[in-house]
Design a protein around this ligand. Structure first.
Ligand code: NDP
Ligand code: MG
Length: 383
């Protein structure tokens, strides 16, 4: 089990659930980071006494500093602060729970510092998966997924002898709040409708990604990178109940599943205790009461983001970085009520078509592709 943890994005949905898990374990907190929520960060500092607290801006950091002036916690800000949190000498594990591609540089820094990564920040693997995995291999760093589907696959793979015995990974997908709707019905859905996820309570960005099914597209790419498998070996099945968190199909036809009530605290805790398991306060799954479990194919026509993500995954290079950057920008605009539901897809597709493709990009080229993608979205959303 790890002994001291830094959490990047501690005030968010995954960050708070991580602290809830850690509060019951003999684990200390090295560093906590947040964007602008000073009040929540101050509360967390009082409870967990980190060595370091990081805010997004100098202004927020100054405010935090004055609120917790009586604590020994060092307070800093910005990307440098995030990297300092990710590389703290005292931490042996970093939970990456910031949202979006801003997690990339700190994750790379943590990998190079040899920290175990509890990886929630999937955008990092989508935009620079090859690079991140190559660095992890080079530095012998463990990456334990926190995303429920990838944790499920990780758990199933504990029972598989060798990668060549795997035929397919099958990611389950709840279908989101708009399951069953067609293109016509989807044209008029609002932000409020999209923010109502049936089974999970999460941050706003991922909740919108679940409504467009882009989240599942990002997860297909995340799975390909984490488990080093080609696109043909990663499938998606709609499973409304979110009880089976994913499957691994073996070459002999055996299908392994990891099941449980939907609660992120289990995969978070496993990222800290692996290879052991310890008691966790999640509701137990009662198979006699959970009702029928259903499975069906995703509707790629009504939810074209999933198909687009698969195309980008096939293309490789900067295609996924452009798709991810454009999607982050478009979702932010949708959350500001500036664009409609299908504008997200149209803008992301436009960026993927227009931003120059680079087959084997460096980190700088990935960052540039991300920048151009965001620029495309802003330029084409102003009317
Ligand atoms: P939230 O939006 O709830 O939390 C995001 C965190 O990042 C907050 O701590 C926020 O701080 C911080 N943050 C936001 N902007 C900045 C910034 N500019 N600089 C530094 N920090 C910033 O997101 P989630 O917890 O839902 O998701 C986090 C990641 O985990 C995402 O990549 C998501 O895809 C992934 N994930 C989440 C799941 C979930 O159940 N929520 C499930 C599986 C994966 P502040 O509070 O101050 O804004
Ligand atoms: Mg998931």
């Amino acid at each position: 089990m790890v002994t001291s943890v830094s959490i990047l994005g501690s005030t968010g949905s995954i960050g708070r659930q991580s602290l809830d898990v850690i509060s019951r374990m003999p684990i200390r907190i090295s560093a906590l980071t947040a964007g602008s929520n000073v009040a929540r960060m101050a509360e967390q500092c009082r409870q967990f006494r980190p060595d370091l607290a990081v805010m997004a801006t100098e202004e927020a950091a100054m405010e935090l500093r004055s609120v917790i002036a009586d604590l020994p916690t060092k307070v800093t800000w910005g990307e440098e602060g995030l990297i300092e949190a990710a590389t703290m000498e005292s931490a042996d594990c970093v939970i990456t729970a910031v949202v979006g591609m801003l997690g990339l540089k700190p994750t790379l820094a943590a990998i190079r510092a040899g920290k175990r990564i509890g990886l929630a920040n999937k955008e990092t693997l989508v935009c620079a998966g090859e690079l991140v995995m190559a660095e992890a291999e080079k530095y012998g760093t463990e990456i334990v997924p926190v995303d429920s589907e990838h944790s499920a696959i990780f758990q199933c793979l504990m029972g598989v002898g060798h990668k060549r015995e795997v035929r397919r990974l099958i990611l389950t997908c709840s279908g989101g709040p708009f399951f069953g709707m067609d293109r016509e019905q989807l044209r008029s859905v609002t932000k409020a409708d999209a923010l109502k996820h049936p089974n999970w309570k999460m941050g706003a960005k991922i909740t919108i990604d679940c409504a467009t099914l882009m989240n599942k597209g990002l997860e297909v790419i995340e799975a390909m990178r984490l488990y080093r498998l080609p696109l043909e070996q990663v499938d998606v099945v709609i499973h409304r109940q979110s009880i089976v968190h994913s499957f691994v199909e073996c070459v002999d036809g055996a299908v392994m599943a990891q099941m449980g009530t939907p609660d992120m605290r289990l995969p978070i805790q496993l990222a800290l205790t692996y290879p052991e398991r310890t008691a966790c306060p999640v509701d137990r799954l009662d198979l006699t009461k959970c009702g029928n479990l259903s499975f069906c194919e995703p509707d790629m026509e009504a939810f074209p983001c999933l198909a687009l993500a698969r195309q980008c995954a096939q293309k490789g290079g900067t295609a996924c970085s452009v798709m991810n950057g454009a999607n982050e920008a478009a979702v932010a605009l949708f959350l500001e009520d500036k664009i409609g539901f299908y504008d997200i897809y149209d803008l992301v597709k436009g960026a993927v078509d227009v931003v120059p493709f680079i087959p084997d990009p460096t980190l700088e080229q990935i960052l540039e592709a991300d920048r151009l993608a965001r620029e495309y979205v802003f330029r084409h959303s102003v009317n």
